[in-house]
Design a protein around this ligand. Sequence first.
Ligand code: IDP
Ligand code: MG
Length: 160
Amino acid sequence: AVPQRIVASSEVERSYIMIKPDGVQRGLVGEIISRFEKKGFLLKGLKLFQCPKDLAQEHYKDLKDKPFFPKLIDYITSGPVVCMAWEGAGVVASARKLIGATNPLQAEPGTIRGDLAVQTGRNVVHGSDSPDNGKREIELWFKEGELCQWESVQAPWLIE
Ligand code: IDP
Ligand code: MG
């Protein structure tokens, strides 16, 4: 395999991870970020952001016909969210594992939702469900120039 650090950034897998308004209100920002940091993925973008309604609707457009859609949009726009772009081979599937099942009561202990939440409608964090959606969502939530090009000093100790 080609070492990750010499792959052009556009080819590197990225996931859009977002701490939802309940995670921010409950003081879980540091805890949630640290799970991804400790795992060894690379943080490429980070901001606290009050999401407008149209952006929330676009982000969740695949769910627009679900009965809970209006409540979901109210929830996501109810307070600031923390928007993040995380990078690394396999980051999308791995982040979904770290996050746990959509319903926090079914999420395994040790996962973010399994440890920190009790209801689907307040499940504290979002993670992209495919590399294509990771790219789409990062382009949706971040503007040109908001991502940083950098390399962690840990890289040689994480990737052989
Ligand atoms: P995911 O966040 O685990 O990918 P999705 O099915 O993509 O789950 O749903 C997106 C979000 O919509 C969920 O994280 C949750 O906040 C909300 N949601 C999904 N299903 C329900 C439901 O049955 N009731 C209320 N909210 C829901
Ligand atoms: Mg989803």
